[in-house]
Write a protein that binds this ligand. Structure first.
Ligand code: AMP
Ligand code: MG
Length: 488
């Protein structure tokens, strides 16, 4: 395979590939027929130490399409397993390849992954490819999440391959270049525990610790400290999702990272009306991954990580189980603290009062009963316009407002300070389902202007002055419930 001649600034390392061979498989991408750049994330490129101009040049686009390897790339498919909807299976990168880890100008190590770059030994029945629409959707939503301040994998580029992808209809093929703190998953540890034996498991855990939390290596029980740190990061992450109304949609253990970043933007979507039972994914027929179940599913997945780590936690099986259980028992409290901290900000509350949690939960219950729009309600409260919420005029909401105002009145901070706190926690703009679909439909016709306008609005979600009214507005309720799809 040819190598790029123009200097894009690639500084790829291969630390993951130093793990035992069972964790990866060397695999070149399938060349594209006619690589065509659809979108490049210039700002992210610069953060990575890459030259956007060189990436836009033909050789750069070919590299992003999988048709030639960037300098220093040694593509591999990563092995992992996972519990999908509760069932354990062997998975692995079936349509993705890790080109290497980019050493950024600030010294960070960032995974560079092509998604949709062809078959691998882990493809099973799949074609290894991706369609343009879903890759653009991942680009839009992951970049929106980043701007919302939620840890997430990011999107560097989407390139059309010129190859057809056969789904229900024939669709244009595309490759997404995804970046991540790493692609280590709970499922990577499940794979190691299942296939690798103790030494492979230890090698993986040591690698994860070095890469993501070197501080725990000095701990008396480093693997237990590692587990506790992952538990903490996931509690924090899932609290962030809940606070912004994000429904991940496919919280299988292979889609839960060790780093604490959000990964896998298949069937995800944002709430409109507040309802904990909201499910968007067409295959989640039992609502396992409903909005309101996400914190509990987080605990379930972390229990799978704990099980995988047992042989490293203590030589004595019973002691290992006891220690792991203690660590898992901390999750609900940690989650609640992160969530409540976020809710206090959403309500403009400084300091802590014992009834703050109840105040927040009572508002959510009113929102549920009155089918209030989640994002808009908090935005209206932020702007001092409670009369614009769906609950306005009811006695119960009047009472709630009085409690809230009394609570605000008891704190020394000014109204302006409370409002600034609320603005920092209540986005004016989120990627609304209808708006994302409309951008994707235009892109499919070759018109990228709609997506660009949407991306510009999503880049500054917490700036009510800058908010594009089109994207701050609540779109009319669709005739049919919004449905999303996995693995498309
Ligand atoms: P996901 O639903 O994205 O978490 O993917 C679950 C598993 O299916 C992973 O092992 C993917 O690599 C694999 N997969 C998804 N789509 C494809 C495809 N088109 N071809 C091959 N493997 C795929
Ligand atoms: Mg996945």
């Amino acid at each position: 395979m040819e190598r790029t001649e123009r200097r894009a600034g690639w500084r790829l390392e291969h630390t993951y590939a130093r793990l035992p061979e069972l964790f990866w498989h060397r695999q070149d991408p399938a060349p594209a027929a006619k690589p065509e750049l659809v979108i490049l994330n210039d700002r992210l490129a610069v953060e990575l130490g890459l030259d956007p101009g060189a990436l836009r040049a033909p050789a750069g686009v070919e590299a992003l399409a999988g048709s030639r390897l960037p300098e220093g790339a040694e593509p591999i498919a990563q092995a992992y397993a996972g519990h999908q909807f509760g069932w354990f299976t062997m998975l692995g990168d079936g349509r993705a390849l890790l080109l290497g880890e980019q050493r950024t100008p600030s010294g960070a190590l960032v995974d560079i992954q092509l998604k949709g770059s062809g078959r691998t030994p882990f493809s099973r029945g799949g074609d290894g490819r991706a369609a343009l629409g879903p890759m653009l959707r991942e680009y839009i939503i992951s970049e929106a999440m980043h701007a919302l301040g939620v840890p997430t994998t990011r999107s560097l580029a989407v390139v059309k391959t010129g190859l057809p992808v056969i789904r229900e209809t024939v669709l244009p093929g595309a490759v997404l270049t995804r970046t991540a703190a790493s692609h280590l998953r709970v499922g990577t540890f499940e794979f190691a525990a299942w296939r690798g034996g103790r030494e492979a498991l230890r090698a993986l855990a040591d690698y994860a610790i070095r890469r993501h939390m070197p501080e725990v290596s000095g701990d008396e029980r480093p693997y237990l400290a590692f587990l506790r740190e992952v538990i903490d990061r996931q509690a924090a992450l899932i609290a962030r999702w809940m606070l912004i109304g994000f429904v991940h949609g496919v919280m299988n253990t292979d889609n839960m990272t060790i780093s604490g970043e959000t990964i896998d933007y298949g069937p995800c979507a944002f709430l409109d009306e507040y309802d904990p039972d909201t499910v968007f994914s067409s295959i989640d027929t039992h609502g396992r991954y409903a909005y309101g179940r996400q914190p509990a599913i987080g605990a379930w997945n972390l229990a799978r990580l704990a099980e995988a780590l047992l042989p490293l936690i203590h030589e004595d099986e019973e002691k290992a189980a006891g220690l792991a259980e203690e660590a898992l028992a901390e999750y609900p409290g940690r989650y609640e603290r992160y969530w409540l901290k976020g809710m206090r900000a959403k309500l403009g509350l400084f300091g802590e009062e014992a009834e703050d949690g109840e105040l927040a939960r009572d508002l959510l219950e009113l929102m549920r009963r009155h089918r209030a729009d989640y994002t808009r309600t908090f935005f209206d409260l932020t702007r001092g316009r409670p009369e614009e919420t769906a609950m306005h005029g009811t006695r119960e909401f009047g009472e709630w407002l009085e409690r809230w105002r009394n609570r605000l009145g008891r704190q020394p901070q000014t109204e302006a300070e409370a409002r600034r706190l609320m603005e920092s926690a209540n986005p004016a703009v989120i990627p609304r389902n209808a708006r994302v679909e409309e951008a994707l439909e235009a892109a499919a016709r070759g018109d990228l202007s709609v997506m660009e306008r949407l991306l510009a609005a999503l880049a500054k979600p917490y700036d009510p002055e800058a908010a594009d009214p089109l994207y701050a507005a609540v779109p009319p309720k669709p005739d049919r419930p919004y449905r999303t799809f996995c693995g498309t």
